[in-house]
Design a protein around this ligand. Structure first.
Ligand SMILES: [Zn+2]
Length: 64
């Protein structure tokens, strides 16, 4: 388990969707895309420093 401070791990507390973005990803885009699509809800995802063991369900900026 190694912290990856250049990346942040995002997780939606409503539906569990997760993704990894660069650490400078703007806060204003941190709403969950699945919740927005499913129900038109804007749900802000929780955010923390990424760990090497994180396996996001969605986009992974580490592979880009
Ligand atoms: Zn969601």
């Amino acid at each position: 388990m190694t912290e990856q401070p250049n990346f942040h791990y995002f997780e939606c507390n409503e539906c569990g969707f997760s993704s990894v973005q660069k650490a400078d990803f703007p806060d204003k885009y941190d709403e969950c895309p699945l919740c927005a699509l499913d129900s038109g809800h804007f749900v802000r995802m929780s955010r923390r420093v990424c760990d090497s063991s994180d396996r996001p369900e969605g986009f992974d900026a580490r592979e880009a």
